[in-house]
Design a protein around this ligand. Structure first.
Ligand SMILES: Cc1ncc(COP(=O)(O)O)c(C=O)c1O
Length: 385
């Protein structure tokens, strides 16, 4: 499918989109339309049969007994924390280099996020800094360490083995923010089955995305699954009219579930293509710019392909001038957002450095080899100039 030849050095004209959902939509249009029509015809727009079908497929894919469709990735995090009984006085350890929603969900249940620095190679939560952060919280004596929430940044699973050991020692639960990584693997474990509870997002540009907002919680714990099902539907059990706890309007729409069922039929092929594109970028850009290191045995879902450059802002301007889509995920570490100004301060040097140097290149399964070659050529010409 993909030629491994080195890219042409001279840059051909033509724009390369950062994301291009329209190409994918054209590939699956008929299937999506048929499934949406089926929903229109049966009319069960909330918790229709497609939601349960999707939940079964997601659970089987991840190798866990429960997948529960919810309204977004952020709601998945928040509902999961509610199901775990997390609230005021509880500390939830999150990486400082991630999307704002990770910490936002913690604040939404009135718990306190504690920012942990990330590893300069994988960009994921650094277990050594997690140890330090937990020790600091215990020494301060104001909060109870309850949850570690690693993020699988850009689709690469975090180091759940090391993090799990630390969590066990301090009687904390690991709750994976897998918003970007559904489809990723580490050894023989799939995302969704790497922690007792995981949350993913079906935001349209995610590796498995719908055509609106959506998310899911995956767990092997029956009690957590029960609590999540109740919380996502106003705190009611099943279709009953009794609110057994205070829940939210947090369900996945039937239409979005139908769209995701269509997307799942092409998901594995798309992951293969994302892997091919990443391999092309890796081969051409190693030693040219900084790359996210994927440890042996780990497979990223490649939600994003992100490089590092000390001249990031000039490289961005060059890509813009050449019509190459690009984006900064993330320009700020979490503690640099005004929303989290009240979060306890700790040194987070790697996160700050990444925020100054990262840049994401086009990554989607519909990129052609020629487009990938063009992106590579612009980056290489910039670096060699
Ligand atoms: C790491 C991370 N966490 C949480 C979310 C929130 O997901 P959603 O946009 O579906 O609410 C995202 C989505 O962008 C994310 O990247």
């Amino acid at each position: 499918m993909v030629s491994q030849s080195r890219p042409a050095v001279s840059v051909a004209p033509g724009r390369v989109a950062f994301f291009d959902l329209q190409r994918q939509q054209r590939r699956i249009h008929d299937d999506v339309r048929a499934r949406m029509d089926a929903v229109l015809n049966h009319g069960q727009f909330i918790l229709g049969p497609e939601v349960e079908q999707l939940e079964q497929k997601l659970a089987a894919y991840a190798g866990v007994p429960h997948a529960i469709g919810v309204s977004s990735g952020r709601d998945a995090l928040m509902i999961g924390l509610m199901a775990l009984g997390i609230g005021p006085g509880d500390a939830v350890f999150v990486p400082a280099f991630t999307f704002a929603a990770t910490a936002g969900a913690v604040c939404s249940v009135q718990a306190t996020p504690i920012f942990v620095d990330v590893d300069p190679d994988t960009f994921n939560m650094d277990p050594a800094d997690l140890e330090r952060a937990v020790a600091e919280v215990i020494a301060a004596g104001e909060l109870t360490p309850r949850v570690v929430m690693p993020v699988d940044l850009y689709g690469l699973p975090a180091d759940y083995e090391a993090i799990g050991k630390i969590a066990l020692r301090h009687e904390m639960i690991v709750f994976s923010d897998a918003a970007q990584s559904f489809g990723g693997t580490a050894g023989n474990r799939r995302v969704g089955g790497m922690a007792p509870i995981s949350a993913t997002s079906f935001y349209p540009t995610k590796p498995l995305g719908c055509y609106g907002d959506g998310g899911a919680i995956l767990t092997d714990d029956d009690a957590i699954a029960d609590a999540v099902r109740t919380l996502r539907s106003h705190g009611r059990q099943g279709t009953g009219d009794v609110a057994v706890r205070n829940g939210i309007t947090g369900r996945l729409d039937t239409v979005q579930a139908a769209i995701l069922l269509a997307k799942m039929t092409i998901f594995d092929d798309e992951l293969v293509r994302r892997d091919e594109i990443a391999a092309l970028y890796d081969a051409a850009l190693a030693g040219v710019v900084g790359l996210q290191k994927r440890p042996a045995g780990y497979k990223s879902a490649h939600a994003l392909y992100t490089i590092r450059s000390d001249e990031r802002d000039r490289l961005k301007a060059e890509l813009d001038a050449n019509g190459i889509g690009n984006a900064l995920f993330y320009r700020l570490a979490l503690h640099q957002h005004p929303a989290f100004a009240e979060v306890p301060k700790r040194p987070l040097p790697v996160s700050e450095r990444l925020a100054d140097t990262v840049l994401s290149l086009p990554m989607n399964p519909d990129l052609t080899d020629e487009e990938v070659a063009r992106v590579i050529a612009v980056v290489r010409e910039f670096v060699s100039a």
